[in-house]
Design a protein. Structure first.
Length: 608
């Protein structure tokens, strides 16, 4: 969740570290710091708060000279977000500096041992244990000390380590927390995510679990936990540098919402050959697809909501049983997975800790795992049996928009592909689905072009205390995502309910002036949801209805109506989510919140 950047080379390190940390702000953090070797000693500067405070403290890095260093943005897990708890952390003699992403699960036991050995701790963090434990094992050989630490600690970690005894070398280590390294003519780099070093190199190495990298000014050397040198192949990143810039928009979130038509188009075009869907990356034969007994979809947050939508679509279209689980629950409930079943894991970053572990657990049980991810070379992409990429490009805003839209498209393609092979749709319906799919980018653009109408409505509800989203079927999955987005960035209390459940308790919360957003995009459930609108209206609710074009009758029962263009019943979430995302965005802006970096949240949740 935190951000790591490191550099060793010919240039001054601090400005490069600050620039890289700036590119990682989207990951979520509450403090920041740098450690730079100045030719004599390692100097650490760190502070609670935003990166801007660190930039001011160091005069944009000018007061921290040196050509090798590590930087960090911390999201607090152990100890409050204070200057002392911020990274980097020193050993007792201030000759070793460490930055760390992840959680050391046995840090208390190690800390107790180190205290008995005379070590003193300044912070409340688990990371300081790593600095002192490295010092404990260090006898002049950094690689030997690091591998001994790796054998001793339990949990997840990505580390950047400086030794003042070896000023020409920087070390990086990884287990279950993402880390990449790269090189150009002026030096070598480490980062917890590609955007931090994209302006310096497009060829990166994704570090695998239990690997160590030794970085010098002109070379990278990779080792396993047994200190054996290992070969490594680089991955070329095709992202445009401008893709991680705001491009004239006030916020990344608005920019990324406007990139949804492109993300949708590129995701389906990658899998079309003429008038057929081709999923070459799926390592299942047609016979295996016809014999499938069940699909498990596992994900977190917004990706989970895409999975809930897929359940409705795949079951109805392909007549195939689907279970959807939150990864944080799936990994601990010892799920029953049998031969002939498929597990689909969904993650924007490809590094989501709970989803990654769910993948591993599923493979241990013998399941075939298909990953839907957005980041090429990510951990989930590398460890799954098959990977289907969503071609959304880098998504910087913490609140996901275009990645969600691309995930929906990937799931539509799977549903259509399976349905065609299983014979549950005929050729005529298959071709109509393709035609409707190809219309989505233009229809999304049309909805985005009318965003001012959503802005005016949002401005009326900046003072709302509680908002409810209701819907049935696919509209329920839509409601879940709309509610989450509003919570994430506006900090308003909101809840999503299956509309038919209102009478089973939630309707007691409806009172005069309560805002209820009702989704009615499923024609076979339209009349039922209208009845639910009448129920909440009679109790004083103000109702915003979100429905398909061609339903002017809804204006008789709802107070405000948003229409989406007509599309296939399976694809309505792709259109209906646009106004809901816009609503959340404008409420957040109106309340003066940090839209791209909401409090307490991180883009890539790499810890439990």
């Amino acid at each position: 969740m935190c951000g790591i950047v490191g550099y060793i080379g010919k240039r001054q390190a601090a400005p490069i570290l600050l620039d890289g940390l700036d590119k990682l702000e989207y990951r979520g953090y509450d403090s920041a710091g740098l450690a730079v070797f100045d030719g004599t000693r390692i100097n650490i500067v760190k502070t609670a708060g935003r990166l801007k405070a660190l930039e001011e403290l160091t005069h944009d890095g000018q007061t921290v000279p040196g050509t090798s260093g590590i930087g960090h943005t911390r999201w607090a897990t152990h100890g409050q977000p204070t200057d002392i708890n911020a990274h980097p952390h020193f050993n007792k003699d201030e000759t070793i500096a460490v930055v760390h992403n992840g959680i050391i699960e046995n840090y208390r036991k190690i800390k107790e041992k180190l205290v008995r050995k005379g070590y003193e701790f300044r912070s409340e963090t688990d990371t300081e244990v790593l600095a002192h434990l490295t010092d404990y094992y260090y006898k002049g050989n950094p690689l030997e000390a690091i591998t001994k630490v790796m054998h001793r600690v339990e949990g997840s970690y990505a580390l950047g380590i400086l030794f003042s005894d070896h000023p020409d070398t920087l070390y990086a280590v990884r287990k279950d927390s993402p880390l990449v390294v790269g090189q150009n003519d002026e030096g070598c780099f480490i980062a917890s995510d590609v955007p931090a070093i994209l302006k310096y190199t497009r060829d990166v190495y994704f570090i695998e679990n239990q690997e160590v990298v030794m970085l010098k000014e002109d070379r990278l050397t990779f080792y396993n936990v047994d200190e054996e040198e290992i070969p490594k192949e680089s991955t070329h990143i095709d992202w445009d540098v401008e893709a991680v810039q705001k491009g004239g928009y006030e916020h990344f979130m608005m920019k990324e919402m406007h990139e949804q038509p492109k993300a949708v188009r590129e995701t389906y075009e990658k899998h079309l050959c003429g008038d057929r869907i081709v999923l070459d990356e799926l390592k299942l034969s047609e016979e295996e697809i016809r014999d499938l007994k069940r699909i498990h979809i596992v994900a977190c947050g917004t990706a989970y909501h895409a999975g809930v939508a897929a359940k409705y679509i795949i079951e109805r279209m392909a007549r195939l049983r689907v279970e959807v689980d939150m990864a944080s629950e799936f990994r601990y409930r010892n799920p029953i997975i049998e031969k002939g079943e498929l597990v689909i894991v969904i993650s924007q970053s490809g590094e989501t800790a709970d989803t990654l572990q769910a993948l591993r657990n599923s493979r241990e049980k013998g399941a075939t795992v298909l990953a839907i991810v957005n980041v090429v070379g990510s951990s989930i992409a590398r460890e799954a049996d098959s990977v289907m990429y969503t071609w959304a490009g880098p998504e910087i805003a913490v609140a996901s928009t275009k990645a969600y839209s691309a995930q929906l498209i990937a799931l539509y393609l799977i549903a259509m592909y399976f349905s065609d092979i299983r014979g549950t749709i005929d050729g005529k319906e298959y071709q109509q689905l393709l035609r409707d799919l190809k219309k989505l980018p233009e229809q999304i653009e049309m909805l985005l072009s009318n965003k001012e109408r959503i802005q005016r409505f949002a401005n009326r509800y900046l003072a709302a205390k509680s908002i409810f989203f209701i819907g049935r079927g696919l509209d329920y999955s839509l409601s879940m995502e709309g509610s989450l987005k509003l919570k994430e960035i506006s900090y308003l209390h909101s809840e999503a309910y299956a509309a038919g459940e209102l009478k089973h308790g939630p309707i007691s919360l409806i009172e005069e002036g309560t805002l209820v957003m009702a989704a009615l995009t499923q024609e076979d459930l339209y009349a039922k949801t209208v009845s639910n609108i009448v129920e909440v209206k009679s109790r004083g609710a103000f109702v915003l209805a979100l429905t398909n074009a061609g339903h002017p009758d809804i204006e008789k029962v709802a107070d405000y109506v948003i229409y989406i263009p007509l599309t296939n019943r399976y694809f309505t979430n792709s259109l209906a989510i646009i106004p809901l995302h816009l609503f959340a965005y404008y409420v957040s802006v109106g309340k003066g919140n940090d839209v791209d970096k909401p409090r307490n949240l991180a883009k890539s949740v790499t810890v439990e």
